[in-house]
Design a protein around this ligand. Structure first.
Ligand code: COA
Length: 183
Protein backbone atom coordinates (compact mmCIF):
# COMPACT_ATOMS: atom_id res chain seq x y z
CA UNK A 1 0.00 0.00 0.00
CA UNK A 2 1.18 3.49 -0.78
CA UNK A 3 2.54 5.28 2.29
CA UNK A 4 -0.06 7.50 3.98
CA UNK A 5 0.90 11.16 4.19
CA UNK A 6 -1.69 12.79 6.46
CA UNK A 7 -3.77 10.70 8.81
CA UNK A 8 -7.28 11.47 10.00
CA UNK A 9 -9.68 9.27 11.97
CA UNK A 10 -11.81 7.89 9.15
CA UNK A 11 -9.73 8.82 6.13
CA UNK A 12 -6.11 9.48 5.30
CA UNK A 13 -4.45 11.45 2.51
CA UNK A 14 -1.60 10.14 0.41
CA UNK A 15 0.16 10.95 -2.84
CA UNK A 16 -1.47 9.99 -6.14
CA UNK A 17 -0.05 7.03 -8.07
CA UNK A 18 -0.58 5.89 -11.64
CA UNK A 19 -2.57 2.94 -10.32
CA UNK A 20 -5.16 5.45 -9.00
CA UNK A 21 -6.05 6.68 -12.48
CA UNK A 22 -8.63 3.95 -13.15
CA UNK A 23 -10.37 5.03 -9.94
CA UNK A 24 -10.13 8.70 -10.87
CA UNK A 25 -11.77 7.86 -14.20
CA UNK A 26 -14.59 6.17 -12.28
CA UNK A 27 -14.98 9.25 -10.01
CA UNK A 28 -15.07 11.68 -12.95
CA UNK A 29 -17.53 9.58 -14.92
CA UNK A 30 -19.90 9.03 -11.97
CA UNK A 31 -22.92 11.23 -12.68
CA UNK A 32 -24.08 11.28 -9.07
CA UNK A 33 -20.65 12.26 -7.73
CA UNK A 34 -20.28 15.11 -10.25
CA UNK A 35 -23.94 16.18 -10.14
CA UNK A 36 -23.20 19.75 -9.04
CA UNK A 37 -19.95 20.14 -10.95
CA UNK A 38 -18.72 20.93 -14.43
CA UNK A 39 -16.35 17.97 -14.10
CA UNK A 40 -17.84 15.07 -16.02
CA UNK A 41 -19.23 17.16 -18.86
CA UNK A 42 -17.38 14.80 -21.21
CA UNK A 43 -16.14 11.24 -20.65
CA UNK A 44 -12.71 11.01 -19.03
CA UNK A 45 -9.94 10.51 -21.57
CA UNK A 46 -6.45 9.03 -21.30
CA UNK A 47 -5.04 12.46 -22.11
CA UNK A 48 -7.02 14.18 -19.33
CA UNK A 49 -6.08 11.47 -16.84
CA UNK A 50 -2.43 11.75 -17.84
CA UNK A 51 -2.61 15.55 -17.43
CA UNK A 52 -4.15 15.04 -13.97
CA UNK A 53 -1.35 12.61 -13.07
CA UNK A 54 1.27 15.03 -14.31
CA UNK A 55 -0.23 17.90 -12.29
CA UNK A 56 -0.35 15.68 -9.21
CA UNK A 57 3.26 14.59 -9.55
CA UNK A 58 5.14 17.30 -11.41
CA UNK A 59 3.51 20.71 -10.99
CA UNK A 60 4.86 22.89 -8.17
CA UNK A 61 1.63 24.91 -8.16
CA UNK A 62 -0.61 21.93 -7.44
CA UNK A 63 -0.78 19.41 -4.59
CA UNK A 64 -3.27 16.57 -5.01
CA UNK A 65 -3.96 13.82 -2.49
CA UNK A 66 -5.75 10.53 -2.82
CA UNK A 67 -8.44 10.26 -0.11
CA UNK A 68 -8.21 6.78 1.40
CA UNK A 69 -10.95 5.22 3.49
CA UNK A 70 -9.12 3.83 6.51
CA UNK A 71 -11.53 0.95 7.13
CA UNK A 72 -11.03 -0.52 3.64
CA UNK A 73 -7.77 1.18 2.59
CA UNK A 74 -9.46 2.03 -0.71
CA UNK A 75 -9.19 5.35 -2.51
CA UNK A 76 -12.62 7.04 -2.44
CA UNK A 77 -11.72 10.43 -3.91
CA UNK A 78 -9.20 13.19 -4.33
CA UNK A 79 -8.62 16.44 -2.50
CA UNK A 80 -6.10 19.13 -3.21
CA UNK A 81 -4.71 22.61 -3.61
CA UNK A 82 -4.69 24.09 -7.07
CA UNK A 83 -3.47 27.32 -8.70
CA UNK A 84 -1.08 27.88 -5.82
CA UNK A 85 0.18 31.45 -6.19
CA UNK A 86 3.37 31.60 -4.16
CA UNK A 87 3.94 35.40 -4.04
CA UNK A 88 0.39 35.91 -2.69
CA UNK A 89 0.49 32.63 -0.73
CA UNK A 90 -2.98 31.58 -1.80
CA UNK A 91 -4.40 28.36 -3.13
CA UNK A 92 -7.72 27.03 -4.37
CA UNK A 93 -9.18 24.02 -2.58
CA UNK A 94 -11.01 21.33 -4.56
CA UNK A 95 -12.38 17.96 -3.52
CA UNK A 96 -14.18 15.07 -5.16
CA UNK A 97 -15.35 12.13 -3.12
CA UNK A 98 -16.16 9.91 -6.07
CA UNK A 99 -18.09 7.12 -4.33
CA UNK A 100 -21.60 8.37 -3.46
CA UNK A 101 -22.03 5.32 -1.19
CA UNK A 102 -19.66 6.97 1.28
CA UNK A 103 -21.20 10.47 1.24
CA UNK A 104 -22.29 11.94 4.58
CA UNK A 105 -19.89 9.90 6.71
CA UNK A 106 -17.71 12.88 7.51
CA UNK A 107 -14.99 11.92 5.01
CA UNK A 108 -15.24 15.13 3.00
CA UNK A 109 -15.08 17.33 6.07
CA UNK A 110 -12.07 15.44 7.39
CA UNK A 111 -10.24 15.57 4.04
CA UNK A 112 -10.99 19.30 3.83
CA UNK A 113 -9.64 19.88 7.35
CA UNK A 114 -6.47 17.91 6.68
CA UNK A 115 -5.84 19.66 3.37
CA UNK A 116 -6.46 23.11 4.88
CA UNK A 117 -4.13 22.35 7.79
CA UNK A 118 -1.51 21.19 5.29
CA UNK A 119 -1.96 24.43 3.32
CA UNK A 120 -1.42 26.68 6.33
CA UNK A 121 1.09 24.70 8.36
CA UNK A 122 3.24 22.94 5.79
CA UNK A 123 2.95 25.31 2.85
CA UNK A 124 2.58 28.52 4.85
CA UNK A 125 -0.38 29.75 2.78
CA UNK A 126 -2.22 32.94 3.77
CA UNK A 127 -5.57 32.26 2.08
CA UNK A 128 -7.32 29.10 0.93
CA UNK A 129 -10.36 29.78 -1.26
CA UNK A 130 -12.95 27.83 -3.22
CA UNK A 131 -16.05 28.12 -5.34
CA UNK A 132 -19.01 25.76 -5.05
CA UNK A 133 -22.38 25.36 -6.76
CA UNK A 134 -24.86 27.03 -4.36
CA UNK A 135 -27.21 24.05 -4.71
CA UNK A 136 -24.51 21.71 -3.43
CA UNK A 137 -25.73 22.02 0.18
CA UNK A 138 -23.69 19.02 1.31
CA UNK A 139 -20.45 20.58 0.11
CA UNK A 140 -21.20 24.04 1.56
CA UNK A 141 -21.99 22.41 4.89
CA UNK A 142 -18.79 20.34 4.85
CA UNK A 143 -16.72 23.46 4.04
CA UNK A 144 -18.38 25.46 6.82
CA UNK A 145 -17.67 22.67 9.29
CA UNK A 146 -14.02 22.82 8.21
CA UNK A 147 -13.91 26.58 8.87
CA UNK A 148 -14.57 28.18 5.48
CA UNK A 149 -16.54 31.43 5.51
CA UNK A 150 -18.93 32.61 2.78
CA UNK A 151 -17.66 35.65 0.90
CA UNK A 152 -20.35 36.11 -1.71
CA UNK A 153 -22.05 34.73 -4.78
CA UNK A 154 -20.92 34.53 -8.38
CA UNK A 155 -24.18 34.66 -10.29
CA UNK A 156 -24.94 31.82 -12.72
CA UNK A 157 -21.29 30.84 -12.62
CA UNK A 158 -21.69 27.05 -12.82
CA UNK A 159 -23.35 25.23 -15.68
CA UNK A 160 -24.39 21.76 -14.52
CA UNK A 161 -26.97 19.31 -15.80
CA UNK A 162 -28.76 21.67 -18.13
CA UNK A 163 -28.95 24.84 -16.07
CA UNK A 164 -26.93 27.65 -14.57
CA UNK A 165 -26.32 27.86 -10.84
CA UNK A 166 -24.87 30.55 -8.61
CA UNK A 167 -21.49 29.71 -7.09
CA UNK A 168 -20.79 30.41 -3.43
CA UNK A 169 -17.31 31.86 -2.97
CA UNK A 170 -15.71 30.82 0.32
CA UNK A 171 -12.36 31.25 1.98
CA UNK A 172 -10.42 30.67 5.15
CA UNK A 173 -7.62 32.96 6.26
CA UNK A 174 -4.48 31.88 8.02
CA UNK A 175 -5.11 34.04 11.11
CA UNK A 176 -8.64 32.80 11.65
CA UNK A 177 -7.52 29.22 11.07
CA UNK A 178 -4.73 29.45 13.64
CA UNK A 179 -7.02 31.19 16.12
CA UNK A 180 -9.70 28.50 15.77
CA UNK A 181 -7.05 25.82 16.08
CA UNK A 182 -5.83 27.41 19.29
CA UNK A 183 -2.29 28.16 18.08
C1 COA B 1 -19.14 17.54 -1.00
C2 COA B 1 -18.34 16.47 -0.27
C3 COA B 1 -16.87 16.86 -0.26
C4 COA B 1 -18.85 16.36 1.17
O1 COA B 1 -18.20 15.28 1.80
P1 COA B 1 -19.07 14.20 2.61
O2 COA B 1 -18.11 13.27 3.22
O3 COA B 1 -20.11 13.61 1.71
O4 COA B 1 -19.83 15.12 3.67
P2 COA B 1 -19.65 15.21 5.26
O5 COA B 1 -20.25 13.98 5.87
O6 COA B 1 -18.25 15.53 5.62
O7 COA B 1 -20.55 16.50 5.59
C5 COA B 1 -21.79 16.68 4.91
C6 COA B 1 -22.72 17.53 5.74
O8 COA B 1 -23.78 17.97 4.88
C7 COA B 1 -25.01 17.57 5.45
N1 COA B 1 -25.95 17.37 4.35
C8 COA B 1 -25.92 16.42 3.37
N2 COA B 1 -26.95 16.59 2.54
C9 COA B 1 -27.65 17.67 3.00
C10 COA B 1 -28.81 18.35 2.55
N3 COA B 1 -29.46 17.96 1.46
N4 COA B 1 -29.23 19.42 3.27
C11 COA B 1 -28.57 19.83 4.37
N5 COA B 1 -27.45 19.25 4.83
C12 COA B 1 -27.00 18.17 4.15
C13 COA B 1 -24.67 16.32 6.23
O9 COA B 1 -25.69 16.01 7.15
C14 COA B 1 -23.36 16.76 6.88
O10 COA B 1 -23.56 17.72 7.89
P3 COA B 1 -23.62 17.33 9.47
O11 COA B 1 -22.33 16.62 9.79
O12 COA B 1 -23.76 18.65 10.14
O13 COA B 1 -24.80 16.41 9.62
C15 COA B 1 -18.52 15.08 -0.98
O14 COA B 1 -19.85 14.62 -0.81
C16 COA B 1 -18.19 15.14 -2.45
O15 COA B 1 -17.03 15.19 -2.80
N6 COA B 1 -19.21 15.10 -3.30
C17 COA B 1 -19.06 14.98 -4.73
C18 COA B 1 -18.23 16.03 -5.39
C19 COA B 1 -18.54 17.42 -4.94
O16 COA B 1 -19.68 17.85 -4.91
N7 COA B 1 -17.47 18.14 -4.63
C20 COA B 1 -17.53 19.51 -4.22
C21 COA B 1 -17.32 20.36 -5.40
S1 COA B 1 -17.06 22.07 -4.96
Amino acid sequence: MTQLYLEGDKIALRGVTRADLDHVRRFWDNAEATRYMETGSRPATEVALEAFYRSATDNPNVVIFGVVERATQKIVGTSGLYEIFWPGRRAEFRILIGEPSVFDKGYGTEATRLTVDYAFIRLNMEVVHLGVNADNVRAVRAYEKAGFVREGLRRKFVYARGSYHDAVVMSILRDEYLKARGA
